[in-house]
Design a protein around this ligand. Structure first.
Ligand SMILES: [Fe+2]
Ligand SMILES: [Fe+2]
Length: 199
């Protein structure tokens, strides 16, 4: 593989990150619109966004990184152990933050505007947390993997990702698969429609 060709696994990880950036940015815009009293989509859209993150990054993206990509890099070098340890802790922390956001949305649905700050603040913190997590992976981990993993490593990672795609149909939100859910979210929030739909 020459320098200009991207491994399939890296391409999928970057696309996952792009979509995560799109959805989390839209979630923040949604909550800010609620706080400012402007037009905002029905809260079911925010519920769908949270569900998408719960079912896709939490079920597929992070486990793939932990079990396969990070493990392969650890096998080749220990230079990145500290950063990989920190990223794996953040995968767990992100799950907790996401659960708190789901609870905050439920409180808003039950109690209304009075509890909106309790949704906005953790949402702002979550979006910044996710952005920094992706930045660290893209700045340090992905380039190191690209440099150090063997063709055999990449072949194994690509096989795992190919198997992963077979599972996408299992998770649904109100009858929608994750892929069609992403497209529904993109349709509901026009700003989403500009990115991440090239697959
Ligand atoms: Fe990650
Ligand atoms: Fe990631």
């Amino acid at each position: 593989m020459n320098d200009t060709t991207e491994h399939a696994s890296l391409r999928i990880i970057r696309l996952d990150h792009q979509r995560l950036a799109v959805v989390t940015t839209a979630m923040l815009g949604f909550v800010r619109a609620l706080c400012e009293g402007g037009p905002a989509p029905d809260p079911i859209v925010l519920r769908a966004m949270l569900y998408y993150i719960r079912e896709y990054p939490e079920q597929f993206h992070h486990p793939f990184e932990d079990r396969y990509l990070f493990a392969a890099l650890r096998h080749r070098t220990d230079d990145f152990d500290d950063v990989l340890d920190e990223l794996q802790c953040e995968h767990i922390e992100g799950d907790v933050r996401l659960r708190n956001l789901e609870h905050a949305l439920t409180r808003f649905e039950l109690k209304g505007e009075a509890v909106l700050p309790g949704l906005r603040t953790p949402m702002e913190q979550y979006v910044a947390f996710c952005a920094n997590h992706r930045r660290v992976e893209e700045t340090f981990v992905l380039p190191a993997a690209r440099r150090l993993l063997s063709e055999g490593d990449w072949a194994r990672l690509d096989t795992v990702l190919a198997d992963r795609s077979d599972s996408f149909g299992e998770a649904t939100f109100e009858g929608e698969s994750l892929e069609s859910l992403y497209r529904l979210i993109a349709h509901a929030v026009p700003a989403l429609g500009e990115m991440g739909q090239d697959t």
